[in-house]
Design a protein around this ligand. Sequence first.
Ligand code: M1P
Length: 231
Amino acid sequence: MNYIFDIDGTLTPSRLPIDPEFSVFFKQWIKHKDVYLVTGSDKEKTIEQIGINIWENVNKVYQSCGNQIWQKGQLIRESSFSLNDNVKHELQNFLNNSKWLEKFGNHFEQRVGLVNFSTIGRNCTQKKREEYYIWDTQNKEREKICQYIMKHFPDIEAAIGGQISIDIYEKGKNKAQVLDEIAGEISFFGDKMDEGGNDYPIAKRLQFENRPHTLFKVKNPIETWDILKKI
Ligand code: M1P
């Protein structure tokens, strides 16, 4: 069995460290199992959140939705992506016209093979992050931005990752690309498996390919932990 885990919202709260007790449990749990991590995030944030021990001891870590691959601390492969001026211009318009009025800076974050875009800005406080998330759940700003971008720029894909931003990459370079490298049965844990979320492409492809799999659509890391205790 191959186990694939999303990180933010699945192993850790979004952009926060893993629960220390869950970390101790997870370090033991991964031993002698085939475990892969896939996240929209970059290496630095991932290590900050889950610790170097877990990061180095799983089979592989797919950063930037699989656009950068690490194995036991070694870089295996990476691809590049940047926004062209037209896309940037449209996103800047979304930023200028957003009904969410408080802006905190770091609205465009260049990652390897992915650009992360946020109207509130990645420099917001934890409190503002949570307020924006509730507001966005009601107002669907991120969903509308993703749909607009994909309609007008068919070569790129945009998906909702965590609480405050969207992940943008070349069409097809989504999390489902990790399935090209992992053969056999899969158990996948993620919190954004609904259409429009960045875990959706994995769930969709597993169902489409009809390969043996189980999808664990979790609400938070506590739910993931509860499921793992029974495996
Ligand atoms: O920080 C890592 C996460 O960053 C974004 O989430 P959020 O909007 O909560 O900051 C997304 O890129 C997500 O995929 C990523 O895990």
